[in-house]
Design a protein around this ligand. Structure first.
Ligand code: TYD
Length: 148
C-alpha cells in the first residue's frame, strides 16, 4: 500500500519535467521509458487520448495516490497544473519530454492540436476511488493534508 503524498506549497515538489532518452536516427527517432529508471514508479497502466476535438478539454481532476507521466507523443496540448496553492500551464509538444506528476495535483488538459496524442504512463490500475473530481474538495484535501 502506498503512503499518502506529503504535500508542499510549491508545485516544483509535485511536478517535474522529465527528458527521456532520444535516439536520433535518419530512419526516424526513438524514445523509450523504463519504470523505476526514468520515472520513480513501476508502470502498471498505459492509456492514451487521441482524436480530441478542437476546443475540448480532458482531465479536470486530481488523484490521491496515482503518479503519472504525460507525454505528447504527437502534436501538442496544454496542461494546467494546480496544487491548491499555485497554478502553472505547461505546453507539451516534445515526444521525448514528459510531465511527471508525483503528488496530489489538479490537472486540466486543453488546446489539443489536430492529430495530437497524449500518452499517459501510470503507477496504478484504474481506480475511481483514487480520483478527486470536485475542485473544492481537492483544494480542501490539498491544503489541509499538508498541515497534518
Ligand atoms: P477520466 O480519467 O475521467 O478521463 P480524462 O481525465 O482523460 O478526461 O476517464 C474517463 C472515463 O474513462 C471514466 O469513465 C473512467 C474511464 N477510464 C478507465 O476505465 N480506465 C482508465 O485507465 C482511464 C484513464 C479511464
Amino acid at each position: 500500500m502506498q503512503e499518502k503524498f506529503k504535500l508542499s506549497k510549491s508545485l516544483d515538489d509535485a511536478v517535474e519535467l522529465v527528458t527521456l532518452p532520444k535516439l536520433t536516427d535518419p530512419r526516424g527517432n526513438l524514445t523509450f521509458v523504463e519504470g523505476k529508471r526514468h520515472i520513480p514508479f513501476d508502470i502498471e497502466r498505459v492509456y492514451y487520448l487521441y482524436d480530441v476535438p478542437s476546443g475540448e478539454a480532458r482531465g479536470g481532476h486530481a488523484h490521491h495516490k496515482l503518479q503519472q507521466l504525460i507525454i505528447a507523443v504527437a502534436g501538442s496540448f496544454d496542461v494546467l497544473l494546480d496544487n491548491g496553492y499555485e497554478k502553472r500551464t505547461i505546453t507539451c509538444n516534445r515526444p521525448f519530454q514528459g510531465i511527471l506528476m508525483k503528488s496530489l495535483v489538479w490537472r486540466e488538459l486543453n488546446n489539443f492540436s489536430s492529430g495530437s496524442v497524449c500518452l499517459v504512463l501510470a503507477s496504478m490500475s484504474y481506480q475511481e476511488s483514487d480520483y478527486i473530481r470536485d475542485y473544492n474538495e481537492f483544494v480542501s484535501v490539498a491544503t489541509n493534508e499538508g498541515k497534518r
